[in-house]
Design a protein around this ligand. Structure first.
Ligand SMILES: Nc1ncnc2c1ncn2[C@@H]1O[C@H](COP(=O)(O)OP(=O)(O)O)[C@@H](O)[C@H]1O
Ligand SMILES: CC(C)(COP(=O)(O)O)[C@@H](O)C(=O)NCCC(=O)O
Ligand SMILES: [K+]
Length: 242
């Protein structure tokens, strides 16, 4: 099988064999041209001859259409995931016409009926979702540390910071440090506040920036880079049986 995750910044793919083992995977920036990026990957995909392609995309109809056109040339059946608030594995209180399918799949990949869970996706946006014994209660959306830096850069005259590392939440005494530390604290502080409000929820983090953020959380965090893939596999496995 070939699994695709089209996020706002990166395209991720995984090729798996008959028993679900990953035989190849990668993550690449798509620069809003995922179809063109996929075109360049088709040779690699064809070599593994997957019999099905399962897709998570938060890129919207126009880009999804272009992706479909590119994938059609492979002559391999493919399907996009559709969010369903009434799904057997997890019910959701969220408006399912709006809920991003990457958020939903990350939750499906993590959900455990015996637990209370807080699933945090650290991608282009940071999403925080609360699940109580397989019931999605709702969540929060924040701009990522990079989007926050870009908004300061573009919305102010004197802040011209466009690079540097996010490695501390202590107060800064230079613009560079104040910007990076303030931004990181906005996300870390929010997660710590949610963790205080929901002490019995296990904290699970995934996505490109999970490791950077997790270091500053004042409770044990489970880092899982397999959530979305796991959610895709659960979704299509279930749909096959249905
Ligand atoms: N301006 C930037 N500079 C450096 N890295 C960035 C920038 N914007 C995004 N990234 C990186 O892109 C990655 C996006 O994470 P990912 O989980 O793939 O998100 P998405 O699913 O939204 O594409 C993160 O690892 C982040 O560090
Ligand atoms: C919140 C998101 C932007 C996160 O996307 P990502 O950072 O993974 O690229 C995406 O899940 C999305 O566009 N969601 C739709 C809005 C919602 O979930 O309510
Ligand atoms: K967006």
């Amino acid at each position: 099988m070939l699994w695709l995750d089209l996020g706002n910044t990166r395209l991720k793919y995984w090729l798996t064999d008959d028993i679900g083992q990953i035989v190849a995977h990668d993550a690449k920036q798509h620069l809003q041209a995922p179809a063109e990026l996929l075109m360049g990957l088709t040779d690699r995909f064809e070599r593994y001859a997957p019999d099905f392609i399962g897709i998570s995309s938060v890129l919207g109809d126009d880009l999804n259409m272009k992706v479909s056109e590119t994938l059609s040339r492979l002559n391999i059946p493919f399907k996009f995931v559709h969010v369903d608030a009434d799904y057997p594995l997890m019910k959701s209180a969220y408006n399912d016409e709006q809920l991003g399918c990457d958020r939903w799949l990350q939750m499906l990949g993590a959900v455990d009926r015996t637990k209370r869970q807080c699933v945090i996706g650290c991608g282009t946006a940071v999403t925080i979702d609360l699940i109580d014994h397989a019931e999605h209660l709702g969540g929060y959306i924040f701009p990522s540390i990079y989007l926050q830096r870009e908004s300061l850069f573009s919305g102010t005259k004197q802040i011209t910071i466009s690079n540097g590392t996010f490695d501390s939440v202590g107060q800064g005494i230079t613009t560079q440090d104040a910007v990076h530390r303030g931004i990181l604290l906005s996300i870390v502080g929010a997660i710590n506040e949610i963790s205080t409000r929901h002490p019995n929820f296990e904290i699970i983090m995934t996505g490109g920036d999970a490791a950077i953020i997790a270091q500053h959380i004042n409770r044990p965090v489970r880092l899982r880079d397999d959530l979305l893939l796991n959610g895709l596999a659960r979704y299509f496995d279930h749909n096959k049986q249905a």
